[in-house]
Design a protein around this ligand. Structure first.
Ligand code: HEM
Length: 651
């Protein structure tokens, strides 16, 4: 392992060792599992969107669609909602078709809940550098990219796969979509009341919806589009988008209370949120998960306000623009800023800055990049969403700090108390207090330890002591999705395949290898979710090599497979001056501009306050000069193409 880290950069070493691939085409051919477009679905051909969208023709639009269709003109259905995740390695099902894997010997794998209890205990280690904002921004990025079909991820339907008194159902009566988690008899939380079963619904697949013929293996569907495009703000289809718009001055709908803009209220609030009073806040946005936790709702509100802030400016700057043009240009700028922050500010903390440059996800230039490749499919990888990114559930804190402008604490709230209850953001300056908390409170360290708020108390109701276990869900979900084993991914990244448990010692501590050997029968049985999460983080990154490879590969596809990526030139994008402005976007400024009344913020909004990252007035943070979007008609007839003309030409 020591030798492994020697050399000029970690990334070079990873490349040399074959741990990182520059892109999907350098993967050995037999290791690429692409889903043929012809196989995507049968139903879509008949106009049913349950299996993705197959447009007959693509309009020549300079703006991206809401559902992601026609982003790729050669494969217009790529990246649309209700299509399968992609995979780096073929699925590993017990029956080769859809049943969750068993161990090599044919016996069941260790219980997901036992794995969670033994490997992911509640030991609170604070991150020394990063704030809770890294965690929270990560969650919103993942919500932009994917959502397992058939799930809500905001509440728990506890009885569907277990009996009302917490026992396993008779196998002959249990619904086909069930894959319940067995609770071990010595469970510290659930043994007392003899609960033996935790309900778990399998993700809906292309086979369940009869999108593919019988002979195909099951592929899980994701119900949102696969692009990094703020779909959680604008929705994943035209109809949702229409409901979110005001249709005046390019604005998104917002309710005004106490002089501030809030997300519109949900009509079915009692079915969506955990209300204490009937009038409590419960919101709608482009993604249904927004009410899951209050800080998530805050980031949703920030991006809504940012859209309306830009729209307000542009509609005054160009009074001749109609609602549609102001809306689309504001959306484009909002998405571009967000892509800039995600890739240039947030991702380097996750995989290491040097690695992100070497993986060609980031570039050092102030010009266009133009690396769009129509052969790269931006479809999200199953390994990415179901294993690697979920590792960051370890960053979640059990208490949320409410922080005053002085940065002294006003108090804390317990995480499981406020799940499904965004009302707190509208009360007693909660919005600003929690937002300052995001940028002040350290996140939990990226390690194997998880707050019990998500492993023992998640989604508990008010009259229950305990709830469900997110880490056990993560393990069970990776089996539900038939992910290949940790050893298979080591081999994919050219880390030697472990023949005996001790071979895992190259990246996993002795204590954890010992625990793995006690849990599993054979090294080949170790789940990707489990093995990857126990690897020692690489220097400068928050993950070990196996997850780093998966995350880097996935974000590479996300940028290079997006025709509308903000750094691409061409008629649908910015001019060089505008691009230079977009590159000034920073998390700190985004928060300052859209808080209720925050006056100071540190420049590096994902890093804790320090002498090198002190609080500065919000006005001193770099800002984007939107006046560059003024349509100065007739200025330079050769260089300048009127936006209206452009839209007209493309229609
Ligand atoms: C803030 C606290 C969080 C809570 C309460 C939470 C809760 C959940 C729940 C309930 C699921 C679905 C579990 C299942 O049934 O399989 C899920 C999925 C997921 N979570 Fe989290 N999560 C949180 C934060 C995060 C963070 C910080 C990240 C990454 C940076 C993350 C990444 C993911 C991913 C990638 C999925 C799968 C998405 C998909 O459906 O494809 N989550 N989370």
């Amino acid at each position: 392992q020591d030798d492994f880290f020697k050399g000029s950069t970690i990334y070079d070493d990873l490349l040399r060792a074959g741990l990182i691939y520059r892109n999907q085409f350098s993967l050995p051919k037999n290791q690429i599992h692409q889903i043929s477009p012809n196989e995507i679905n049968l139903k879509a051909k008949f106009g049913n969107n349950e299996c993705g969208i197959v447009p007959e023709t693509c309009p020549k639009s300079i703006y991206r669609s809401y559902d992601g269709s026609c982003n790729n003109l050669k494969h217009p259905s790529w990246g649309t909602p209700n299509t399968p995740y992609n995979r780096l390695l073929p699925a590993n099902y017990a029956d080769g078709i859809k049943e969750p894997p068993l161990s090599k010997s044919g016996k069941p794998l260790p219980l997901a809940r036992s794995i969670s209890l033994l490997l992911y205990p509640n030991i609170p280690n604070e991150d020394h550098v990063f704030t809770l904002n890294v965690m929270q921004f990560g969650q919103i990025v993942t919500h932009d990219l994917s959502m397992t079909a058939g799930s809500t991820q905001t509440q728990y339907y506890k009885d569907s796969c277990c009996s009302a008194d917490g026992q396993l159902l008779d196998p002959s009566t249990i619904p086909a979509f069930c894959y319940p988690m067995i609770i071990p008899p010595n469970d510290p939380a659930h043994a007392n009341d003899n609960t033996r079963c935790m309900s778990f619904d399998r993700t809906v697949t292309n086979k369940d919806r009869q999108c593919v013929s019988e002979r195909h293996t099951a592929e899980q569907l994701t119900s949102v589009n696969h692009y990094l495009d703020l779909s959680f703000v604008y929705g994943n289809d035209d109809e949702t988008n229409r409901k979110l718009r005001e249709f005046q001055h390019g604005r998104l709908r917002a309710d005004i209370r106490n002089g501030y803009q809030w997300l519109p209220r949900a009509t079915n609030a009692s079915g969506t949120c955990r209300l204490i009073n009937p009038n409590d806040a419960c919101y709608v946005a482009g993604d249904t998960r927004l009410n899951q936790n209050p800080q998530l709702a805050i980031l949703h509100t920030v991006f809504l306000r940012e859209h309306n802030r830009i729209a307000h400016f542009l509609s005054h700057l160009n009074p001749h623009w109609d609602d549609e043009l102001v809306f689309q240009e504001s959306r484009k700028i909002n998405i571009a800023q967000y892509q800039q922050i995600t890739c240039y500010e947030w991702l380097p903390y996750i995989i290491g800055e040097e690695n992100a440059y070497k993986a060609r996800i980031l570039w050092k230039t102030d010009g266009f990049i133009d690396d769009y490749d129509e052969n790269v499919d931006a479809t999200v990888l199953n390994e990415h969403s179901t294993a690697a990114l979920r590792h960051f559930h370890s960053l979640v804190r059990g208490q949320l700090h409410l922080i005053k402008e002085s940065r002294y604490s006003e108090g804390t709230v317990r995480f499981s108390d406020v799940l499904g209850r965004p009302q707190i953001i509208e009360e007693h300056q909660g919005f600003d207090h929690l937002m300052r908390g995001l940028t002040t409170q350290p996140q939990s360290a990226s390690d194997q330890f998880h707050t019990s708020e998500i492993t023992q108390f998640l989604f508990r109701s008010d009259n229950e002591t305990f709830g469900v276990d997110l880490k056990a869900f993560d393990v069970q979900r990776s089996r539900d999705h038939g992910l290949a084993s940790y050893n298979d991914y080591r081999e994919l990244w050219k880390i030697p395949r472990a023949r005996k448990f001790e071979d895992f010692l190259d990246f996993i501590s002795y204590e954890n290898v010992d625990r793995l050997a006690r849990l599993y029968e054979h090294p080949d049985d170790v789940d990707l979710t489990v093995g990857g999460s126990l690897e020692t983080n690489l220097p400068g990154a928050l993950v070990g090599p196996t997850f780093l490879g998966i995350i880097a590969e996935s974000f590479y596809r996300t940028r290079v497979g997006d025709r509308f990526w903000f750094e691409n030139g061409g008629p649908s994008n910015f001019n060089p001056d505008q691009l230079r402005e977009i590159r000034k976007a920073r998390m700190a400024k985004l928060l300052c501009d859209n808080a209720n009344a925050i006056r100071t913020m540190q420049l590096k909004g994902f890093e804790k306050l320090s002498s090198s990252n002190p609080l500065i007035p919000c006005q001193s943070l770099p800002s984007i000069d939107l006046s560059l979007w003024k349509e100065d008609r007739g200025n330079d007839p050769v260089e300048y193409v009127s936006l209206i003309q452009k839209v007209f030409d493309f229609k």
